[in-house]
Design a protein around this ligand. Structure first.
Ligand code: NAD
Length: 334
């Protein structure tokens, strides 16, 4: 019975964790959410929500007590500007969270543990061109991941495998490719490209200029949040213990992403490409062959459709905050 299954979601105050809690509750699970902060935009639906800093051992023991399944989504992370600026902080904070979480889960007899890894584990030398060959799971080795954040994710993937090898602990490892959707951070310095571009377009008036990081030709694929959550539940229920891509194969350039958002907004805007800003790898796309084989499923939401929902939500938030009226000032203050 699902209601008897006690599920812990760490990072439940964050973007993916908050959506996952909603879905688990809708499915009838008993859910404990843990984070260092409450969700930003609406209250959590978790049966219990605890504010705990999971870098500390005693907190991971408390969080995992009397739980059956764990989705470990807590991480110090953000968009490319954030993760390239903070190498030591991010690597240290996340290795503390993840090493302590695994051991606490073992001691508390957790039945299934899911670790949220990232496409940032993939080798940089395989992502040097915009028309990149889609990344298969084996392309993470020989290792050349993103500095700091990516190295930590890659090492923790190994740690999950060691916990199965040494203790028989059931671990699942998901490699997300750029997740976007409503209720995600769109301002500050932790937002990702779809949210940042939606904010800039929303704040701009027809004919304005917005700043775009890099030359705009760098490529990525983006996964809508509902697909992400669906994939998480499916992977947790599966018997697959190796790392698995979770993303779409619909690759676009950043300029194409801007085109789509402008079209949704009904605005014609100029772009100023700032090549001094970090742009990450030149090209990245997911190869979903193994995902299709293992789960018999893959994310389906077209980017245009998911972006429309996301853009409208961000525009609405900015309107509620009284910022859309400041349209003509948007470029100057960005
Ligand atoms: P998010 O930043 O919205 O959520 C992460 C949450 O972890 C935050 O709410 C944060 O407060 C919490 N956290 C940070 N340090 C903590 C600590 N010491 N103790 C407890 N909680 C702490 O990010 P997200 O997009 O929801 O990402 C969830 C997971 O997915 C992360 O592991 C992230 O690395 C991974 N991921 C996300 C993406 C993406 O595109 N969103 C891509 C690849 C991987």
């Amino acid at each position: 019975m699902k209601s008897a299954t006690r599920v812990l979601v760490t990072g439940a105050g964050g973007f993916i964790g908050h959506h996952l809690v909603k879905r688990l509750k809708a499915e009838g699970y008993w859910v404990r959410g843990v984070d260092i902060k409450e969700p930003e935009f609406e209250p959590s639906l978790a049966d219990e929500f605890e504010l705990l800093d999971l870098r500390y051992w005693h907190n991971t023991l408390q969080a995992t007590n009397h739980m059956s399944q764990v989705y470990n989504l807590a991480a110090d992370m953000g968009g490319i500007g954030y993760i390239t600026a903070k190498l030591a902080d991010i690597a240290r904070n996340n290795i503390l969270i993840n090493a302590h979480m695994l051991e606490a889960c073992r001691l508390n007899g957790i039945k299934r543990y899911l670790f949220s890894s990232s496409a940032c584990v993939y080798a940089g030398y395989k992502q040097n061109t915009a028309d990149v060959i889609p990344l298969r799971e084996e392309d993470a080795h020989p290792a050349d991941p993103e500095a700091g954040y990516g190295w930590e994710k890659l090492f923790t993937e190994q740690l999950c495998k060691y916990y199965f090898h040494d203790f028989g602990m059931e671990t699942r490892i998901v490699r997300f490719h750029n997740v976007y959707g409503p209720l995600g951070t769109y301002d500050g310095n932790k937002e990702k490209a779809p949210a940042a571009i939606s904010r800039k377009v929303s704040l701009a008036s027809d004919g304005d200029t917005i700043e775009v990081w890099g030359d705009g030709l760098q490529t990525r694929s983006f996964m809508y949040i509902d697909d992400c959550v669906e994939g998480l539940l499916r992977l947790m229920a599966s018997s697959y213990r190796e790392p698995l891509n979770l993303g779409t194969e619909e690759m676009v350039s950043v300029d194409q992403l801007v085109d789509m958002v402008c079209e949704i907004a009904g605005k014609k805007l100029m772009r100023l490409h700032d090549r001094s800003k970090p742009q990450g790898v030149r090209g990245r796309n997911s190869d979903n062959s193994r995902l299709r084989t293992v789960l018999g499923w893959e994310p389906k939401t077209p980017l245009r459709h998911g972006l429309e929902i996301t853009y409208r939500w961000i525009e609405d938030e900015l309107r509620k905050a009284g910022r859309v009226e400041e349209a003509s000032l948007a470029y100057a203050s960005d």
